[in-house]
Every structure is written in C-alpha cells, then in structure tokens.
Design a protein around this ligand. Sequence first.
Ligand code: BGC
Length: 284
Amino acid sequence: METGSNAKSDAGSQEEPKIQGIETPLGAPPKTEDKKPHRITKRWVRTNRISRPRTLAIDVGGTGIKAEILDSQGKPVTERTRVQTPHPATPAAVLGAIQKITDGQGGFERVSVGFPGVVKFGTVLTAPNLSPRWKKFNLGKALHRIYGKPVRVSNDADVQGYGVIRGHGVEMVITLGTGVGSALFVDGKLVPNLELGHHPFIKGKTYEEKLSHAALDAAGKKKWNKRLKKAVRELQLIFNFDRLYLGGGDAKHIDFKLPENVKVVSNQAGLWGGIALWQEASSR
Ligand code: BGC
C-alpha cells in the first residue's frame, strides 16, 4: 500500500522487519546510557542488547550536519556527531561531510535522512539554503551507493515532526533555524512537503524571510519574537491545529508565553524521528 509520506525513497530497500513496539508518536527517546564513544563490536551489541534493525539517522541542516545510530526503539546507541555544513553546500561537498561524520559510527542496517528541502522518492527538488545543484539530485540513490543499505529521505521538518507528534488530531511543526521548516500531520499521517516558509507573511515577505536565523540576527530578539507571536496566531487561524510544536536551533530564543497547545520541542527529534520513516509500509 502506498502511504501518505511521499517525501521518501527507500533506494535499494528490501522488505524490512516490522518495528515492534513503536507507534507514532515516538515520544522522547530513552537517554543514551553510555555517553563515551565506544567501538561497536558484535559483542558490544550483544551485551548491550541493541535491538535491530539499527538506523543511521542523519539530519542535514543549513548550518550543521548531524548523525547517530538508533536502535529499533529509537534509542541512540552512539554519540551524536556533528560537522559544519560545507560552503558551498553542493551535493558532493555535503556527501563528503556526511561520510566524514558517519565513518566511525559503526554498524547499522538502514539509513534515514532529514533534508532541508522538498524531497520526493529520494530525489531532492529544492534546497533553498544549500545549493541550486541539488535540484533533481537523487540523494537516496547516492547514499545507497555509499552505504549499500536501504535509504529513506524526507524533508527535515517532516522528520522532526515524526519525532514529536502524538498521532491524533491536527498537529503542526514549525522549525526555526537557517530556514523555516513546516510539517503537518492529521491523525499521525503526514501531509508531506508543506513549504510554509516560502509563503507571504508580512508585507509580501515570507515566513522564512521574517523568522529565519538571518532575520533574527538582523531584526533582534524582540522584533523576531513579536513576529513569531503573530505567526503562531495566524497559523492557528488557518490550520486550526490541535497542537503546534516549535523546534529548530532558534526555538531557544522564544521569550513570550506560548498558548497551551503550543510547545517547544527538542532539536534531537530531527534524528530520532528518522525511525518513523520505516513505519510506513512503502515509500513514494
Ligand atoms: C526549506 C524547507 C526546510 C526548511 C528548514 C526551508 O528553506 O524550504 O524545506 O524544511 O528550510 O530547513
């Protein structure tokens, strides 16, 4: 059965074992027990009861690229590694950076990626904060070639959303960082690739132009917060969401009282949400 999450590809995917015990929402993952980097040997996996399949989760951002390995329950089994996003952020440069931070990560059976643009069937259509060279680049295929494992790629805000939603009602996610990401879920089903960031918001300027990290730097915290407050009000009126989650690196700058149904969520969800990409029966 084809599912609603059309932003994904499982390049080279075979029939994956069904994940037991995880239902959207994933909720916060259990804490990493072992904080020290360790070599992932077969013995280590056995003694630490790492449940398979393990997922190499990658979060490609406009500023940083992060990676870690999660067990089948979404629990991190390695230290998160991070590298600055290269400039220019061409496909070759980003793939090089990904390889650099995943080299020492150890064994995994599949790969999940959150990417900052529109992605369909593993192919990137837009990457406004990276490089125009991404247009029509099949990231799913490229990563499959590198790792030889099934790969699923989805928009970064969509992945973050999978990591935080409860799975009922209308739930919305806005990520505040280099770009402004957005995701919409109805009873846990994703409406993929909602690109609210590029819609007009104030005086013909888009949400991203008014709320991105560059806008925060240019306008200052006070003005940025005022704009965000207005955005939250407007989104409530347009989408009538039951819950809105605010994520991304700049969510920590929010300094006004949020309505009851609006919550700030951990940025880590951009990684652990990657597990949920494998809950769909297939990808489109
Ligand atoms: C992109 C979105 C992305 C967001 C956050 C925007 O510029 O269009 O697809 O989710 O940045 O990275």
